[in-house]
Design a protein around this ligand. Structure first.
Ligand SMILES: Cc1cc2nc3c(=O)[nH]c(=O)nc-3n(C[C@H](O)[C@H](O)[C@H](O)COP(=O)(O)OP(=O)(O)OC[C@H]3O[C@@H](n4cnc5c(N)ncnc54)[C@H](O)[C@@H]3O)c2cc1C
Length: 453
């Protein structure tokens, strides 16, 4: 068996792993990054490929350019189930060619000294005492088994969680996912028959009938190409995603040319709050594997980049202090919670509420402005649903036909605030984690009960 030693081992080169490799390539650390796929398939995973521009600005990540950028997005049009209410939410973003962008980050990281191995799979962790100290890898290109020791090992394995799930149960980063806290999603990329109307705008169709617990999307990739798909809530016993796709695709994407199908595929998306901790002794977790996806819209690329940024900073700090323990890496949690995690937890509650609404309630809520564009914007930017007393009274009148809807909305707003407050009290040290996690889990349970009423 071949043996090698590194400062950092990154497992998985999707957007999360590639962003971290890119960031760490600016340091002097000895980094190995691997992926089971061949180079030309890095970043190739089913996705809507939409990312808000602010993520690149906030994290100092390079904008997609050339082939990587398929369309500059100017905003989103949100359709009510009956299609009678359309909200236009402005906001800059990109429709990207994910493989090209991820491969560019990886290539730049390699050019600056990060070692990259494709067709290489992490088979099992190396545990010494209570610490992770690397992984046993298998390289299919050379048919070699490699014992790769590392001071810090990063799981960026996506939804598979294929590394962290093999760690001993006592590691809190082994937390698993309830099926109902995931969406099954499927999309196709096709050419259209005609030029797409207002193609810099993404379209989202909210409909429990055609995508229960999720939504349909129509994301143009330029004037004649579109990414169209849907997500539905997992664990509910719904019919297969393909059944929904085939039944409704002509309705939501009437202009696609089915003879010019470019790509198709589906995958699962976690839609909950992040892992209680994204670091432990000698190990960190980023991207889908750490459940960093936005629970409401299912976008996970931007927040995967945030988690990579926070873990990258924590790794540099750990090397400065020569401390690779959970404590030494702990500021990754603080950074992620501040930038995204607290909001994500409050959106986890909002998501549970939205998934329980009927199409009728959504039509009513959107047309009578019981929920408004501003609320959604505020909720998606900060995870807050603020309802002042005057507003509540006004909306009560507007919601006269559906008092229970307003009542539930008030409860949701209260709990969203509650959970954010708990996230503000994230423990300063790892030994406070379990008690804190218990208070988060209790709020979720309480909230679920309140929604049932
Ligand atoms: C249909 C669909 C539509 C979506 N639409 C959007 C959208 O429009 N915008 C958005 O922001 N997000 C969207 N998402 C979510 C987004 O795709 C993910 O959040 C994001 O791509 C996750 O990136 P990642 O790097 O964490 O994981 P991945 O991209 O899954 O990368 C994980 C990598 O790890 C590798 N790997 C796994 N195990 C091992 C191992 N043991 N050894 C070596 N390598 C391993 C895999 O080969 C893979 O390359 C969508 C998801 C789906 C399914």
């Amino acid at each position: 068996m071949k043996r090698a030693e590194y400062d950092v081992l990154i497992i998985g080169l999707g957007i999360a792993g590639a962003s971290l490799a890119w960031k760490l390539s600016q340091s002097n650390l000895k980094v190995l990054a691997i992926d089971s796929k061949p180079w030309n398939r890095f970043g190739d995973k089913p996705c809507g490929d939409a990312i808000s521009k602010e993520h690149f600005d906030n994290l100092g990540m390079p904008y997609p350019q050339g082939k990587e950028l398929e369309e500059k997005v100017e905003g989103i049009k949100l359709y009510s189930p009956d299609m009678k209410t359309v909200w236009t939410v402005k906001g800059e973003g990109f429709e990207i060619d994910s493989p090209s962008y991820v491969q560019r980050l990886t290539k730049e990281a390699r050019d600056r000294g990060v070692e990259i191995l494709d067709l290489t799979t992490a088979m099992k962790p190396i545990i010494v005492g209570n610490k992770v100290e690397g992984a046993v890898l298998f390289n299919r290109r050379t048919n070699e088994t490699i014992e790769a020791k590392a001071k810090i090992t990063v799981d960026a394995t996506g939804y598979s969680t294929s590394f962290r799930s093999k760690l001993p149960f006592e590691f809190p980063v082994t937390e698993s996912l309830d099926d109902k806290d995931a969406d099954v999603a499927y999309r196709e990329v096709l050419n259209t028959k005609d030029e797409i109307d207002e193609y810099p705008y993404l379209r989202i169709f909210i409909t429990q009938k055609a995508s229960p617990g999720g939504y349909w999307w129509y994301f143009p990739k330029g004037p004649n190409k579109v990414n169209v798909g849907l997500g539905i809530q997992g664990g509910m016993g719904y019919p297969s995603i393909h059944e929904f796709y085939n039944k409704y695709v002509d309705y939501y994407a009437p202009d696609i040319d089915k003879n010019r199908l470019l790509v198709k595929g589906g995958a699962l998306v976690p839609t909950r709050r992040p892992l209680a901790t994204i670091v432990w002794d000698g190990v960190a977790v980023i991207g889908d594997s750490a459940f960093t996806v936005n629970p409401v819209h299912g976008g996970g690329k931007g927040s995967a980049m945030i988690s990579a940024y926070c873990v990258g900073k924590a790794i540099l700090n750990a090397f400065e202090n020569n401390d690779f323990s959970a404590k030494g890496l702990w500021n990754a949690n603080e950074c992620y919670i501040e930038r995204y995690g607290a909001k994500q937890a409050s959106l986890d509650l909002f998501r549970r509420f939205l998934q329980k609404l009927s199409d009728d309630e959504i039509n009513y809520g959107m047309s009578r402005k019981v929920i408004r564009e501003e609320d959604l914007l505020e909720a998606s930017a900060n995870g807050d649903l603020q309802l002042s007393t005057a507003e509540k009274a006004m909306r009560a009148i507007m919601a006269l036909g559906k008092p229970s809807l307003l009542f539930k909305l008030k409860t949701v707003a209260e709990y969203m605030k509650k959970v954010k407050d708990v996230y503000k009290r994230f423990p300063a040290e790892p030994n406070g984690l379990m008690k804190w996690k218990y208070s988060v889990d209790s709020i979720i349970l309480e909230f679920n009960k309140a929604l049932e009423k």
